[in-house]
Design a protein around this ligand. Sequence first.
Ligand code: M6R
Length: 359
Amino acid sequence: SKGSYPTFMLKEIDEQPAVMRRISQAYLTPDDQSIIEKKLLDALTQADRLYFVAAGTSYHASLVGKRLFEKYAEIPAEVAVASEFGYHWPILSARPFFIFLSQSGETADSRQVMIEAKRRGLPTLVMTNVANSTLAREADYVLLLHAGPEIAVASTKAYTAQIAVEAVLAKSLGETRGLEIAQTFDLRRQLAIAATGMEALVSDHDAWARLAQNYLGQRTDAFYLGRGIDYDVSLEAALKLKEISYVHTEGFAAGELKHGTIALIETGVPVIVFITESETAAHTRGNVQEVRARGANVLVIASKVCQEATDQVVLPTLTTELMPLLTGVCGQLLAYFATIQRGLNVDQPRNLAKSVTVE
Ligand code: M6R
């Protein structure tokens, strides 16, 4: 039930701090040891490459997963959209390991890849929110997201839960491989900061309603941009806005601006920019100037380390790969209030189903 909430989506956005704490409880000991079954870790240590396969928001969480596993477990990872992978299998590495991300565990595009992976005798893991789902029954290994039922069609808490669970597994694999970077990864603390940061965001709905009004207003187009991890989150923030508000939205790599998209920037166009990576912040600031010079209405969401005086939203700093736990929530809140302001049905947007069980 929605309880006192007007919509499931807002309830689910607001639940995210609790989800972070639940994942911490379920998967980490007080001294930051991860609780992952040995059989899964053994299978993963055999692998020479991870293949993430997913759709929609789960695909966007997989992009973050690649970065987490490459950094903390030093294992190469590829990420694929399930509907593409299914009909265009790449040449695999010698010892591939398949990771499926699926909130519902019912996505047909992902299942089709799982069936073929199993036919080839390849190891499979699913990270899902639904314990008795089809993918959970069919995969060799299952990690639950512990997000609680997600009812709104737009996925919110499953996205941040997927990222948190990926971080647990990446740390765990890195530790098994004896990597110092994994041993010193203070994940429990990071998730606690994330939970507190999320609480600060969701405790001020009015502020997000104002930002949505001031930057998205009744506009029909919007752009999200960022580099690296902020690019990953731009894609998710753009999907969130377009699927519920029907605003035509593009998320793209900030460096690509000058290669085409800048042609669309004119007076009043909303541009939402994520800046949380210190290494690329200066370049993205350059992009902000370029679009401002062309009259764009720019909203900057930055982490504390990257902050500048005029930034409208400043977030606590997490390890780079976990910043989507906070920037992702910003994207959700903006999309939510822009949609409410358009008088649309947030929980059940047109043409979309909660789980897509056809290819
Ligand atoms: O249940 P799944 O995670 O497999 O679903 C994948 C997509 O269908 C889903 O994320 C979809 O893109 C949502 N509408 C996004 O909010």
